[in-house]
Design a protein around this ligand. Sequence first.
Ligand code: S3P
Length: 432
Amino acid sequence: MSDQNSVIVPPAKNVQGTVRLPGDKSISHRYAMLAGLARGKTVLENFSTGADCASTLGCMQGLGCKVTKTETTVEIEGLGLELHPPQASLDCGNSGSTIRMLAGILAGQSFSCEMQGDESLSRRPMGRVIRPLSLMGAKFSSAEGERPPLRITGANGTLHAIEYKTPVASAQVKSSILFAGLLAEGITSVEEPVRTRDHGELALRAFGAEVQQEKNRASIRGRQPLHALRATIPGDISSAAFFMCAAALFPESSLVLENVGLNPTRSALLDVLAALGARVHVLDLQEANSELRGSLKVEAGRLKGTTISGGQSAALIDELPVLAAIAPYTTEGIEIRDAGELRVKESDRIATVAQSLRAMGANVEEYPDGLRVPGNQRLHGAKVDSHGDHRIAMAFSVAALRAEGETEILGADAARISFPEFFRMLSAITES
Ligand code: S3P
């Protein structure tokens, strides 16, 4: 390590071992929020260790819920559907999931409060939740361009159901509307252009609500009481993705990943890695609270190339940076299209991926909605700036494993947002 916020990643000779991933970020956020709306004490084991989910816990505390955390076990005393007005602005940190999904819950409360976040979050679009939640009766004010900070005035008692077609494929938006729907009068339904992760629907059911799912549409009847839950959260497949891609790069590799969440709306990476030529085995499969989990074994093959587009891009949205980062090491390259959403993540991920690949000597073509990274390229070690984006820091640490010379990841501590253990676990599975 050369300074506190940069990490040197040397080239590796192989990747092998067994890892167990911290809890899934998407599920942790949703369980923590719904626990606050439930009656009784919810106990969540293997809760995400990332700073994003800590932001959600902080907000739930701010809204009057008693939260206790012991290592990775979180206990939340729910207040029922009515939360308490916070004393101060709710700090959502770097977390788009926190601000957007919590906005749905605040839309149905009887008070007005403010939500804000860091510099990156303050640049992210909130119109996608402001529009539907305003149609339901909540009132918003925001910074210019519908960006945080958001002031939201809840419409408790008068929040009404809507039937809404979301123009963007976003699970955060879908969950936000369904959470508001839980607090509204009538039946709220959301239809999305392509199917996104369904953790919100499954979480609502786990806490006792009835939710209908049909193709790209989910519906919920309002004012259903939630009961507390005891659950162990499966490992985060989007964190596992970095190690799976790392294993795919080395001919002698063999990596076992235990207790990984395998919800079918999240596990498209398995198909893509198999299509590229890696060998991916599901060793066991279990289900709890309608969420699948299992152990995976990944071994390299000869990596060809692929095109990712349409609904597949939405399904792989968090895995696209690392797939682009390993693309130069495939024989035919990887093209990513229909992924314009990458431009409004924690960084403009199309620009930051292209810039990082170029810093390492790769050719890459950038499109408004994606990238094309040709195959058969040799990369060299370089200084790669994470731009404060956790997935960029981790994706290029994986690219660095096959580069010539050392790579310095600047702003490496961004990994703490979703996966604070990343660098320690990466060095445990790599042989240099
Ligand atoms: C998430 C959905 C995705 C994803 C984010 C987590 C979720 O965002 O990028 O990391 O938990 O619903 P969008 O809903 O904005 O696509």
